[in-house]
Unconditional design. Sequence first.
Length: 334
Amino acid sequence: MADVAKRAGVSSQTVSRVSNGHQNVDADTRDRVLAAMAAVGYRPNSAARALKTGRFRTIGVIMFTLSTFGNMRTLDAIATATAEAGYSITLMPLSHPTQGEVAGAFTRLSEQAVDGILIIIEAHILDRADISLPAGIPVVIVDSDAADPYTVVDTDQRQGARLATEHLLALGHPTVHHVAGPPTSFSSARRTEAWRASLEAVGAPVDEPLVGDWSAESGYRIGAQLAQNPAVTAIFAANDQMALGVLRALHEAGRPVPDDVSVVGFDDTEESSSYWPPLTTVHQDFSAVGRICVQRLLAEIEQNAAAAGTTIVPVRLVERASTAPFAARVATTP
């Protein structure tokens, strides 16, 4: 640090402020210090800095699965937001979202010295009475529920399901059949609840939802079953992948979309506009979820105080060619 200060013609305190990202240094001085750092090969010692400040500038992420579209997009946004804030992430994937696995992940992350932890576990676990998260470290929960002491960030799952169901009802369909996600998923449960409530609110018939596992294969299997029922004219699938399987099943059964059956998905994946026909779906802003949860966690870390409450990120319906008025279907039926 002394070598950098001498080369740049500044004090060691100024070098420290620049290396720690403080903003109270003018641009010309900052450029001189950064050039001097590069010239002498200076790199701040993160271990020494942590001993001095008590901060490791690292965030732990506990995640159940990396295979779902939403989790991957959220993790990508988290990585971007933490990097922009000068933090890094340590990822701790879980094979099973159990109390033992969660507690073990907390222990391992604590040993690796993180300032706070983000948890992305959509399964019903954090709301159970026997589940407790270790105290003494800031925690933000993503796409799940937890007890009052924790901050939760999620998209508006219920509003998305309402938009999808009400869109199909507004097109004149007498009811909407639902391809649900796994019952262990909070997102799936919220979407199913809102779909059911939307039908009940207008007195439409409510058939029991058929349960998939988020995969296109499960959507195809359920779609083949629904295709055999001529009363099925509108289907709301709980994610785009299952909707893709439904589209294939309907095509193979000779039930054209949207002339005979309308289909709506959920997520608005990058590929959904390239389905055939292009899929009407609910758009989730995963980037906003990732960014907000990092902001909430860093606020807790920097203020050295726990927070609580839930932040809900809005959704919107994206209308494409997979839905059409029920009257059009009747007109084209022999």
